[in-house]
Ligand binder design. Structure first.
Ligand SMILES: [Ca+2]
Ligand SMILES: [Ca+2]
Ligand SMILES: [Ca+2]
Length: 231
């Protein structure tokens, strides 16, 4: 992956016209495929797999917020798999220092657009594998494959009172033939809900038509896997 916007390396273009796309290397997934360009932005960390192979990882795991551009050569239909992590400062309990609260539950958010015609939307599948911080794990319910934390409203007041739920990640979740058909649909969020940053807002034309997505809980779901098959 190549930086679209990354304050850590001083790469801070104010628009896509300032980005030299010819310098973005092509990752060859399928030698007889076509070259596809993608724009990616997430809070806080993402990994992109295409047709079962790792294409690249986010250059900045936590903050400052960044974005990436990627080129890969692959055969249609493109099988997208994205690992998302809403990182934390209090490791294992899903919270961070923010606004005077040492145990603030931070939020996530992800948006991407690819030149095969793929945009992030509720047509993607999104499954959570880590929910925190929880004051009481019994507020989470499971219905079918949905892991629902919408009733978990009380944030823990301290680290000692913070709990987390984890589910085992299938070892083949990113493979081309993994059956994700029963995963919940991704939930879309507005720019206001995710709180946009320059790493995204300087390039809105490149993300045009895509929506911010996550699993059903933008705040408490901290490790989310996405799957989508393009045209
Ligand atoms: Ca990042
Ligand atoms: Ca969170
Ligand atoms: Ca975050």
């Amino acid at each position: 992956m190549t930086d679209l916007f990354n304050e850590c390396t001083g790469s801070k273009p104010t628009s896509i016209s300032q980005v030299d796309l010819s310098k973005v290397p092509t990752v060859v997934i399928d030698a007889n495929g076509e070259v596809i360009t993608g724009y990616i932005h997430g809070d806080n960390y993402y990994e992109l797999y295409v047709n079962g192979k790792l294409v690249g990882v986010d250059a900045v795991p936590y903050t400052p917020f960044n974005s990436s551009v990627v080129k890969f050569k692959a055969k249609r239909p493109i099988k997208y798999a994205v690992k998302l992590v809403d990182w934390e400062e209090n490791l294992g309990i899903g919270s961070e220092a923010n606004g005077g609260n040492a145990y603030y539950p931070g939020d996530g958010g992800f948006i991407a657009k690819f030149s095969d015609g793929t945009s992030t939307s509720s047509a993607w599948k999104a499954q959570t594998f880590y929910i925190a911080p929880l004051a009481d794990i019994n507020c989470v319910t499971e219905t079918g494959t949905s892991r629902i934390s919408s009733s978990c409203s009380n944030s823990p007041s301290s680290g000692a009172k913070s709990y987390a739920l984890h589910w085992e990640i299938p070892s083949t979740w990113f493979s081309s033939d993994y059956d994700f058909s029963k995963w919940p649909s991704a939930t879309t969020f507005t720019e206001a809900q995710v709180g946009v940053k320059p790493a995204y807002s300087n390039f809105t034309s490149s993300f045009s038509g895509s929506q911010f997505i996550w699993s059903s809980n933008l705040v408490l779901d901290n490790l989310v896997l996405l799957r989508f098959t393009g045209n």
